[in-house]
Design a protein around this ligand. Structure first.
Ligand code: B12
Ligand code: SF4
Length: 511
């Protein structure tokens, strides 16, 4: 059985470009490891390259985040017309299966470990069910991901998940809605996967220095501090230099930073989110401490660990003058340049989204489509400044923060300190990060839902791909979230407690 695993991506900068950055989706190597041997598997990360549109598959397994859903259903339809059965899993499928079901043969809620082997078997027997729900509780069954197929399609191909979920409950986060908490994998399994991953990459011809650079793809690697310490100690003998996402409490803890450096940590991503205490309280993120940002960043750097951080602008709590104060605040904090400044976004299904639904309209901008919920387009009415003023402040600030001179002065500040500690890898990562980011919006970007430029990605449909014009419109029109008055459409108001499984998508196409 020919199987394609496609991690769908839509460029949130609206250029239609691929995103060949340091972080790449890891669902492909995981699902590939779960498929039986009789499957001939191809992994396609849409972040890296387009699918080969000339190919035919028996089964196409797609994964997408919410904002990428339109492209997922278009790619699914394209390959379905060419004989494939299609299955969607991932964030959007898990949160809103009822909205996905009309467009795919099957939809999966939750993890792949106990669903993918069943799906493969059912597809082989021609008995694919409409909806699969993972019943997995622990993570003991997570297999060693198959890294060889992505060995040359990822900047840092040694990539492993050590845990899933997060113990925190930030209001805007999709994990909070799922309520899973933090689930660590057995440390011995993580070690097993790293050792096997290194061997697979070596065999695939990955250079030795690259094979030592490990990215841990957790939401929050330090979600359980006892387990995290054990993991660090277990990583030490593996001779890897690693990076991971984790939370502020870790970089505020100097003893932990020393241990991490000693065990190979060279960079961490932390969601700093905001310098505005009201916004932080509203985000329900008590693990951050605005008063300690400068100290935490400085001590991490002095210990040889680069802090890469993201900031969010809140339409609820920030005004234009706060946005304009960001360059100064960033300089004073010692961060200088964050890896992104995006909008706090109520992704459908999150507590923030549910909370705003309960408040009087209009909270949202009119004509917001699901692709606008990527965090790089504003979907909310700013409460503390007029929309035009808010967005002008955003644009001016982005230009200032990402100006080449700023990026250079960040490096001039960071590099001597990192090198003093002998942390060459962190210094190189800092240079790479600063070379890779710029603010250079494509013509026509307004950054506001309803008026912003459309995503540029295209699926090369032919006229034969649609039985009727109504079908073409159904597949190719954007998924709407709000109406012309900024009211959220009813489909998004229902949490998917029960899912009605009706006619198969394939039958619908055949009809
Ligand atoms: C790599 C990554 C990226 C990459 C690639 C994104 C992509 N399209 O895949 C880049 C850098 C482009 C990116 C960008 C952003 N990201 Co990101 N990213 C990640 C990260 C760190 C790893 C994803 C991953 O590979 N995980 C490991 C794989 C194995 O698991 P998974 O994909 O999460 O899938 C799990 C389930 O969903 C399920 N599953 C997934 N697909 C399928 C398919 C089938 C068939 C089945 C059965 C199961 C299944 O199985 C997995 C195990 O449970 C996650 C954090 C994390 N640890 O997951 C955040 C995460 C996905 N990103 C997130 C966010 C917020 C963003 C940004 C908004 C950040 C920003 N401000 O720039 C942007 C915009 C994203 C967008 N389009 O809306 C959020 C979620 C957003 C969402 N809509 O759900 C996450 C969860 C981080 C977080 N905790 O907030 N990101
Ligand atoms: S700390 Fe990060 S991963 Fe955890 S709930 Fe908050 S935003 Fe989500």
């Amino acid at each position: 059985m020919r199987v394609a695993i496609i991690a769908v991506f839509v460029d949130y900068h609206r250029r239609g470009a691929h995103h060949r950055g340091a972080m790449q989706p890891q669902i492909g190597p995981l699902i590939a490891a779960l498929l039986p041997d009789w499957c001939e598997v191809e992994i396609i990360n849409d972040t890296w390259e387009d699918p080969d549109w000339s190919k035919h598959y028996d089964l196409v397994i797609l994964s997408c985040l919410h904002a990428d859903f339109d492209r997922a259903r278009q790619i699914g339809h394209y390959f379905a017309r060419r004989g494939a059965r299609t299955v969607l899993g991932g964030a959007m499928a898990s949160d809103f299966p009822q909205l996905c079901l009309p467009y795919f043969d099957a939809v999966v809620v939750g993890d792949p470990e106990d669903t993918i082997p069943r799906i493969a078997e059912d597809a082989r027997r021609g008995r694919l069910q409409r909806l699969y729900r993972s019943q997995a509780t622990g993570l003991d069954d997570v297999p060693t991901p198959k890294l060889a197929p992505i060995a040359h399609k990822q900047m840092f191909p040694l990539a492993v998940e050590a845990s899933r979920g997060c113990p925190y409950t930030c209001d805007f986060c999709v994990l909070t809605a799922r309520g899973r908490g933090h689930v660590p994998r057995p440390v011995a399994h993580v070690v097993r996967d790293i050792v096997a991953g290194k061997a697979a990459l070596r065999q695939a011809g990955v250079p030795g220095w690259k094979e030592r650079l490990l990215v841990l793809y957790d939401n929050n690697l330090a979600g359980n501090l006892r387990w995290f310490r054990d993991l660090c100690l277990a990583l030490k003998p593996l001779d890897v230099l690693w990076g991971a996402c984790l939370t502020f409490n870790v970089i505020a803890n100097r003893e932990l930073l020393k241990l991490m450096y000693d065990c190979g940590c060279r960079a961490v991503f932390v969601g700093l989110e905001t310098f505005n205490p009201a916004a932080l309280a509203d985000m329900c993120k008590p693990q951050n401490n605005i008063g300690k940002i400068e100290q935490a960043i400085a001590q991490s750097r002095d210990e040889g660990i680069l802090v890469i951080a993201g900031l969010m602008i809140s339409a609820i709590n920030d005004d234009a003058s706060y946005i304009r104060s960001l360059p100064e605040r960033l300089k004073a904090s010692g961060l200088h340049v964050p890896s992104f400044i995006s909008f706090e976004t109520p992704i459908p299904g999150t507590p923030l989204f549910q909370r705003l639904l309960a408040e009087p309209d209009p909270q949202f901008l009119p004509h917001a489509n699901l692709y606008d919920f990527s965090s790089y387009t504003l979907v909310l009415q700013p409460r503390r400044s007029p929309l035009a003023e808010f967005l002008e402040a955003y644009r001016d600030t982005m230009k200032q923060v990402y100006a080449p001179t700023r990026r250079l002065s960040k490096l001039a500040h960071d590099l001597p300190r990192l090198l003093k500690r002998g942390s060459w890898t962190a210094a190189a990562l800092d240079i790479g990060d600063m070379c890779g980011i710029a603010f250079d919006p494509v013509a026509g970007r307004t950054f506001a839902a309803g008026t912003d430029r459309l995503p540029a990605e295209r699926v090369p449909f032919t006229a034969d791909d649609f039985a009727t014009e109504a079908e073409r419109l159904d597949i190719c029109s954007p998924t709407q979230v709000t109406d012309e008055d900024g009211r959220v459409l009813d489909a998004w108001r229902r949490r998917p407690a029960s899912v009605v499984v009706e006619t198969s998508y394939k039958n619908r196409i055949a009809a």
